[in-house]
Design a protein around this ligand. Structure first.
Ligand code: DAH
Length: 392
């Protein structure tokens, strides 16, 4: 129930209004009342609307004020239409109609202005609180790529996995037994000179010395200890040596070991597999060859070469002189390999009379350098984005 005596609830006749001037005066009073209300601060409007029992479910002041004045059924303008205009005497009708229209336009315009200014106030308040500048570009986090070494690992793993090898890994901290003895490299064997490495400082009385593995070959032993033939694995990983850093040496580098052992693996299986791999990696047009070599854990041992990827195997550089990469030979040494030495089977309880197999050890950094024309191994470890970005 409205608590304020409301003239719009009555007809003009009931209000005692009988001429033009009185009509205009009555409209002026209504407009004054509107002006007063709309000039109030938001809180006061809210209070007033409550007082007028008008608020209903609408607590937002601009909307409740609008409903109060222009609401279809019970708004002031609707009441004027019903109570003043409709029952007005014919002589007064034109002036009541004209005044009502004027008032309507006036109220609509001011209500809209008020609404906009309230919205603006609200925005100012909340943006001062949050201080989020929505026009700022978002935080761009560049998505990185794999390091070239990781990419080459992946490439090589994919090739071997596609021909039935699986990927296994082993510890970088090893015992001399796995790194040397079980690979048929007893203490004081001369090849240990090439594989000087880092030893861990251990408490006195430790059962065995520990070292950083010099190659991925110990994982051959660890794998054969755990599995019975047939075995077909590759072993990617980091290896360490006490080498001084230069363009081709680093105290940490990467290898992929390969091992295939079964009942009837031949030298042909061995060279065929390696040839397949090298051609997949460097392209069908390269040639491969192997030369006799020596490793304590293979017999016979070989060194695999690929026809020089820089001069196409001709030995002559594009510029005309001797190819600097293969020194005119047309061949580039790739990696060591061989048929597993029967002595190694003795360490893992395989019967050398029943099984045979081959193994290889690929230097990843070296292969990546050859394939991508990189002439300094240190570039892999310096984290210079100008270098890294060339291999997205
Ligand atoms: N482990 C050797 C090295 O790091 C590489 C190697 C040679 C691994 C022949 C093998 C192999 O498996 O058969 O120098």
């Amino acid at each position: 129930m409205p608590t304020v005596d409301n003239p719009t609830e009555k007809t003009l006749a009931e209000l005692g209004i009988r001429d033009r001037e009185a009509v205009i005066e009555e409209f002026a009073k209504i407009r004054e009342r509107f002006d007063f209300q709309i000039g109030l601060p938001a809180d006061e409007i809210r209070k007033l609307m409550l007082q007028e029992a008008w608020l209903g479910s609408e607590s937002e002041p601009a909307t409740s004020l609008r409903n109060f004045w222009v609401g279809r059924k019970r708004g002031v303008l609707a009441l004027i239409n019903d109570n003043w205009l409709k029952p007005a005497q014919p002589v007064l009708k034109p002036v009541v109609g004209a005044e009502l229209n004027r008032l309507k336009t006036y109220i609509e315009t001011r209500l809209e202005k008020k609404r906009l200014s309230l919205v603006e106030d609200q925005e100012k308040k909340s943006s001062a609180k949050d201080r989020v500048d929505l026009s700022l570009p978002g935080v761009i986090r560049p998505v990185g790529t794999h390091h070239l070494i990781r990419q080459v690992f992946q490439e090589i793993e994919d090739i071997f996995v596609s021909i039935g090898f699986s990927v296994v890994e082993g510890p970088e901290i090893e015992t001399p037994y796995y790194n040397f003895e079980a690979l048929n490299i007893p203490e004081f064997h001369p090849v240990r000179d090439d594989m000087d490495t880092f030893y861990l400082e251990l408490p006195k009385g430790a059962p065995t010395p520990l070292l950083l593995r010099t190659h991925t070959s110990p994982v051959q032993i660890r794998t054969m200890e755990k599995r019975q033939p047939p075995v077909r694995v590759i072993v990617p990983g980091k290896v360490y040596r006490r080498d001084n850093p230069d363009a081709t040496h680093s105290f940490m580098f990467h290898q992929i070991e390969g091992l295939a052992v079964d009942a009837d693996i031949t030298f042909c299986d061995f060279t065929g597999t390696i040839d397949y791999f090298v051609k997949q990696f460097f392209g069908e047009s390269v040639k491969t060859r192997f030369r006799p070599s020596y490793f304590p854990f293979t017999e016979p041992s070989v060194e695999f070469d690929v026809s020089c990827v820089f001069c196409g195997g001709s030995g002559t550089a594009k510029s005309g002189g001797t190819c600097g990469k293969c020194k005119g030979s047309g061949w580039i040494e790739l990696f060591g390999a061989g048929m597993v030495d029967p002595a190694v089977y003795g360490f893992v309880n395989y019967d050398p009379k029943k099984v045979s197999g081959f193994a290889f050890g690929i230097g990843i950094d070296r292969l990546a350098m050859l394939k991508y024309g990189i002439d300094d191994i240190q570039a892999f470890f310096q984290n210079d984005v100008r270098f890294l970005r060339q291999f997205p």
